[in-house]
Design a protein. Structure first.
Length: 419
């Protein structure tokens, strides 16, 4: 069994990489991919993952329900969802630890559903690191190479190469107990990379780290992927910030089903379900009725794009807290709401105000609020028509087309940093 899948006992930012949406169509030619590890049944030039209507059941419990999803070669796909949503089951199906009840798993176009883990050509990193405590760092990294019977003469060089990639070249002779949590995680990643996988699986790799280390490791993972553009990454997390920061696309899972898949920009700015709106970022979700020229909320008219929604239909209006401004709308087309302050939270760069508007709760993240309004104060807030997304209540949309979008994510769109 290769190192990335082994466990020591029975029983894983600078300027953003220009990956989003172009997955090589308009990008310069990438350098040749390295050879695959010995013992892998997947060819060295193969990458990408395909879930072909994969279902996993345990008795009467459905852990994954007809997952139909493609991870493109060289793409970072985040599986995002709450506990029990099926995201880890999906990753374990790719790893070979879970056998689908129905459907197929393909890597690089090859059906690997019946292959054992060590023949799939994958690396895996988990949150517990799974390092052998009695082995030095270099020995841990070399473990998978030895298990796959790599030529003995190549092993020292490949170990050094993997450690250098993760910035741990100077720690080869230390034991895991002599390393910090972040350093141990880097060693686990180096071990997964040493076998030169075509696919890298990361299962909540940063959840055991503190906030600052998580931020640092996100930066390093983004840098690492730019160094290894041929490797497809499947990244499991319940943390929206990790998904929004790192992924080219995000697949949102809930109750064992894929609810929506799209770029971070699409899911944050134009969610198609109320669940996505509330789970990817923070959202005000207001019950509205569609009208011919906008929507009606609590007896007042709001000007927002309604698309092909039917007048008279009920819907949900999504407005992000950071897109609400204090005072009346400066633009005649803008929307104004008046509410009563029920709570004020200082968050350093912003104040989060909780208000009630005709019995409906509302949040507003306001910058440079020099005076904190007393509880019970009535305030006027505004937002622009284009800053709201309408989610029809009578539609449960399918996932977006399962291809990378061509629109790059705008890192200044008010994403996780403002939510």
């Amino acid at each position: 069994m290769p190192a990335p899948l082994a466990h020591p006992s029975p029983g894983h930012h600078p300027a953003r990489a220009p990956l989003r949406g172009d997955t090589s169509r308009h990008a310069p030619a990438r350098p040749a991919a390295p050879a695959a590890a010995a013992g892998s049944a997947v060819a060295s030039t193969d990458s990408g993952i395909r879930f072909d209507r994969v279902t996993v059941t345990h008795g009467r419990t459905t852990a994954l329900d007809s997952l139909d999803l493609t991870v493109e070669p060289g793409e970072v796909m985040a599986l995002l969802g709450p506990s029990g949503s099926g995201k880890t089951t999906a990753l374990r199906a790719v790893a070979g630890f879970v056998r689908p009840t129905s459907g197929r798993v393909l890597i690089g176009g090859h059906d690997v559903t019946d292959l054992p883990p060590y023949k799939r050509g994958i690396g895996m990193v988990v949150q517990q690191y799974a390092l052998f405590p009695h082995m030095k760092v270099a020995e841990n990294v070399a473990f998978g190479l030895k298990a796959q019977k790599a030529p003995r003469a190549e092993i020292p060089g490949r170990v050094a190469e993997a450690l250098d990639l993760v910035g741990m070249a100077g720690y080869a002779d230390r034991h895991p107990r002599e390393l910090s949590g972040g350093q141990q995680q880097r060693v686990a990643i180096a071990r997964a990379l040493a076998i030169r996988p075509r696919v890298l699986l990361l299962d909540e790799p940063l959840s055991a780290l503190d906030a600052q280390l998580r931020s640092d490791m996100l930066t390093e993972l983004a840098h690492l992927h730019r160094e290894l553009p041929h490797v497809s990454l499947l990244y499991v997390t319940h943390d929206q910030v990790e998904a929004l920061t790192l992924a080219d696309r995000i697949a949102v899972l809930e109750s064992a089903r894929l609810r929506e898949c799209g770029t971070p920009h699409q899911l944050y700015r134009s969610p198609r379900t109320a669940f996505t709106a509330s789970f990817v970022g923070t959202a005000n979700l207001l019950p509205v009725t569609v009208r011919a020229d906008g929507v009606e909320f609590a007896g007042r008219h709001l000007t927002v794009p309604t698309g092909d929604a039917t007048p008279g239909a009920t819907a949900t209006l999504c407005v992000r807290p950071h897109l609400l401004g204090l005072g009346t709308a400066p633009d005649p087309q803008g929307n104004t709401l008046r509410g009563t302050v029920t709570e004020v939270q200082w968050r350093g760069a912003t104040h989060r105000l909780h208000l009630t508007v005709d019995g409906h709760r509302l949040m507003a993240d306001l910058r440079e609020l020099r005076e904190t309004p007393p509880l019970g104060t009535e305030l006027t807030l505004h937002f622009a028509p284009q800053d709201a997304a309408l989610i029809p209540a009578d539609i449960q949309p399918a996932a977006r087309p399962d291809t990378p979008a061509n629109t790059p994510t705008d890192p200044a769109d008010g994403g996780p940093h403002h939510a």
